[in-house]
Write a protein that binds this ligand. Sequence first.
Ligand code: FAD
Length: 359
Amino acid sequence: MRADHEIDVAVIGAGQAGLSAAYFLRRAGVSGESGFVVLDHGKRPGGAWQYRWRSLRMGKVHGIHDLPGMALGAVDPELPVSEVLPAYFDRYEHAFDLPLRRPVDVRSVRLTEDGRFLVESATDSWLARGVLNATGTWDKPFRPYYPGVESFRGPQPHTADYTGAREFAGRRVVVVGGGTSAVQLLLEIAEVAAETTWVTRRPPVFREQEFTPEFGRAVVAEVDRRVREGKPPGSVVSVTGLQLTPEVEAALRAGVLDRRPMFQRVTPDGVRWADGTEQRVDVIVWATGFRSALDHLAPLRLREPGGGIRMDGTRVATLPRLHLLGYGPSASTIGANRAGRAAVRDLLAELGQPLDPVT
Ligand code: FAD
C-alpha cells in the first residue's frame, strides 16, 4: 500500500482533544517527518468554538478547562467564546510548534493489510501506525424526523445555524430540545420573539446542587459504562440535568420555560400534538443536539448492533491503535485533556514506544 506520507501517528481534528493529544505527543518526543501530523478541516484554529453563536459569552459557558501546558489566563466574561478560544488555540499551536495541516478534510480511514491505517483526504494520504481521532460533534447536527416536516413553510434552523436572536424578532417560535443549548437559545429568543414555545421529549430535570468534582466523576463513570458496553454515549444532560442558573430561575418564574411535550407532526403553518391541538408558528428551531462526527471511520465498521462503538478507555476495543478522543465520557474540555494524555500513553505503549512516566 502506498501513500504520500508515512508517519507514526495521525491526529484527526484540532479542537481541545486533538491539541491536547498533540501536546503529549510532542512531550513524548514523537517528532520529525515520520512523527505525527494533526489534520483539521477548519480554515482557522479554534475547533468547534469558532462556529459558536456570537452571543455565547465566556461567562455563559460552564467553564473552559485550560489546554495542557499553557493557561488561557483571565478573560473578560463578556467576550464571545468564538473570539477568545480560537485566539487561544492559535497561540497554543504556535507555542508548541504543533504540526498542523489545515484545511484538510479527512474523507476515510481504512485498515491496510500490514495493520496500518490509510488516512485519506481528497488530495493527500497518510499511512499511520496509530490514529487519534478527535473530530468532535459540530459537523454532525442531529435533526429528528417528524411527519410533515418537509411541508412547513417557515425556516427550521438547527443550533448549528444559529447566529443570534435578531432574526426571530416579532415571530412565533417553537424551540425543540431538552439540552443546555435549547435553554440558552430559548432565553435569548424569548427576549425578542412574539411568542415562544418549548417542547421536549422528556420532562426537563433542573439540577439544584452545585456541579462538584464528585458529581462530575459520577457522570463520567456512567457515560464510560455505556460506551464500554458498546451503547451510544447519550447526551450529557440526560445524566447531569440542566443547570439552574439565576437566568434560568428568572425564566422559569416568567413562564418562558413552561415546557410542552413533543408534538406529533408538523403542518405547513405550525405543529400539532397527539390530542389534536395545533399551534401556528413561524419558525421551528431544532436544538436537538449533535452526534459524533465519525463518518470518515465508516470503512472500519466500528458500530455495534446497538449503534455505539465498544470502547476500552479511549481505545476502540476491537482496534487498540485507534483512539476516540472527545467521544462519550471525554466530551468536555477537561475530559478531552485527560483523553489526550491517556490516549498518547496507551498508543505509544502499543507501538512499543512507552511514554516517559513524568509526561
Ligand atoms: P471540536 O472542538 O469539535 O474539534 C473537532 C475538530 O475536528 C474541529 O476542529 C473540526 O474542524 C475537526 N474535524 C471534524 N471532522 C473532521 C474531518 N473529517 N477531517 C478533519 N478535521 C475534522 N465543554 C466544557 O468543558 N465546558 C463548557 O463550558 C462547554 N460549553 C459548551 C457549549 C456548547 C454550546 C457546546 C456545543 C459544547 C460545550 N462544551 C463545553 C463541550 C465542549 O465544546 C467539547 O467537549 C470540547 O470542546 C470538544 O472538543 P473536541 O476537540 O472534542 O471537538
